[in-house]
Structure formats: structure tokens, C-alpha cells
Design a protein. Structure first.
Length: 265
């Protein structure tokens, strides 16, 4: 029985090769443009919390960053072939961040979680220390980024023959659409608390995960540094302003500014 099945498979394969040939379809990308975002901002409670207490915070911010077109050539493998693609990552510009956080302080240590929107949806967990005048910690989460993707290439088909040269037929391909991609992100934060005034620093890093047809983009690492000065008017409302310094591993540095308000419950 096994010998018969093997014989049938070999006969079918030879018929495919001798008559019409066997085909192999693949997509070749010649040039590509994709929008990428700065890493999300995460920081602490901005105040010294009482032990065994919790608080909710709702934040809205407007960010503006210097726009950059980051160009590189990328090598990739598809169907035993080596290709080179001209890639442009578009970063910077204006965006809006909306975010909600929850913090709970045990004794000196506190935990937190949050979710928000910044060119997509992100959510995270936080662990750190919240003391009278200082707080610090680390965080990790997922960033579901919304990217504008545009690329040009070819839809190709290679037909393999056993007794003649292989044939390759390609048709032009041009696509422009929006995609969601999920990437892990992580970072550290620290803050100084002086009565109702606070000064924060947060470093957040991720590498976007973008897949296109036959291959994954070799996207750069993005590290966004947030420096924030704020004032708490009362137990419910605070305002903050700050600067953003972003590093992209191509390498490139660029700056931006942020302003926002928060409501505590």
C-alpha cells in the first residue's frame, strides 16, 4: 500500500513538471513608506500617596514632534531569492494622547495599570516605589499601532520546467492602506515631588512589528525620552508641560514638545 502511494505521488509530480510545469507565487516589494509613532509615555502618580490607598487618573495631552523621513535600504529573502527594498519611515508631526491610569500603594511600593490612545491603542503594567519626595519604577506593555502603509512592487509567478528554461511573469503592484501592528514596549520612570510641583523623566522603548506579504520589516528600535514639569492645583486637577527627545536606531535624534492636563478621582 505504501509503495503504491509513493508511486502515485512520483507519477503526479513528473506529470506536473513535464506538461505544464509547477508554479511558485511570490510578492516583491520595490519601495515602501510607513508611518511610525514615538514610544508611549508612562510615569508615576506625581504625588506622594498614602499607604494602602488607590487613585484613578485621566489624562489628555497634545504632542508635537519634528517630522522626519528616515530612509534605508533593506535586504530580505523570499522564496529562495534575495531582494533589496527602499524603505522610508515617516515619524513626527502632531498627535493627541488620551490615557487612563490606576495606582495602588501598598507601603513604600506601588503598582499600577493603564491604557490609552496614541496613534493606536496601548496598555501597560507598572511597578515602583512611591516615597515622600521621590518615585521611580519600571513598566511594560503592548502597543497596537495604527500605521499608514504605502508600497510598490510586483506580483510574480515562477513556473519551473524539467526540460526547458523556467518562466517568470511579474505584474505591477501598488498598495495603500492602514494596518494595525502589535509590539511590546517597556521602560523606566523617575520623579521628584515637591509639595504640589513635580518633575518627571520617562524612557520608553519599542521596535514596531510590521509584516507585509512575504516578509517582516527590519524596523528600528525607537526610544522616546519624556521630560515633564507639572503642578497639582488641588486633589483633582494638574497641568504639565514638557519636552520629548526621541532616538531611532538608524541612527537619528529628534525633539518635540508636550502639554496636557489630568483629572484624579
Amino acid at each position: 500500500m505504501i509503495f503504491r502511494q509513493i508511486t502515485i505521488f512520483i507519477a503526479f509530480s513528473l506529470t506536473c513538471l513535464i506538461s505544464a510545469g509547477c508554479s511558485d507565487d511570490y510578492t516583491r516589494i520595490h519601495s515602501l513608506k510607513a508611518t511610525l509613532s514615538e514610544a508611549p509615555e508612562v510615569h508615576g502618580a506625581n504625588t506622594s500617596m498614602d499607604p494602602h490607598s488607590g487613585t484613578f487618573r485621566f489624562t489628555g495631552k497634545v504632542n508635537t514632534n519634528r517630522q522626519n523621513d528616515i530612509k534605508k535600504q533593506e535586504k530580505y529573502e523570499a522564496h529562495s531569492k534575495t531582494f533589496y527594498t527602499d524603505v522610508t519611515y515617516i515619524m513626527g508631526g502632531n498627535d493627541f494622547t488620551a490615557k487612563t491610569d490606576f495606582f495602588y500603594k501598598l507601603s513604600g511600593f506601588f503598582i499600577g495599570t493603564g491604557a490609552g490612545y496614541k496613534d493606536g491603542i496601548f496598555h501597560h503594567f507598572l511597578l515602583g516605589a512611591n516615597l515622600q519626595h521621590v518615585e521611580f519604577g519600571l513598566f511594560f506593555g503592548l502597543f497596537h499601532q495604527y500605521s499608514d502603509l504605502e508600497y510598490k512592487g510586483s506580483e510574480c509567478k515562477t513556473v519551473y520546467h524539467i526540460f526547458s528554461d523556467n518562466e517568470e511573469n511579474c505584474n505591477p503592484l501598488e498598495e495603500h492602506h492602514y494596518i494595525f501592528s502589535t509590539s511590546p514596549f517597556a521602560g523606566v520612570f523617575t520623579g521628584i515631588i515637591l509639595d504640589n510641583t513635580f518633575l518627571n523623566y520617562s524612557a520608553s522603548v519599542y521596535s514596531p512589528s510590521i509584516d507585509i506579504n512575504d516578509y517582516s520589516l527590519n524596523t528600528p528600535f525607537i526610544i522616546s525620552n519624556y521630560f515633564t514639569l507639572g503642578y497639582r492645583f488641588n486633589r483633582w486637577v494638574e497641568m504639565s508641560v514638557g519636552s520629548i527627545l526621541t532616538y531611532v536606531s538608524t541612527p537619528l535624534w529628534y525633539y518635540g514638545f508636550t502639554i496636557g492636563a489630568s483629572l484624579y478621582l
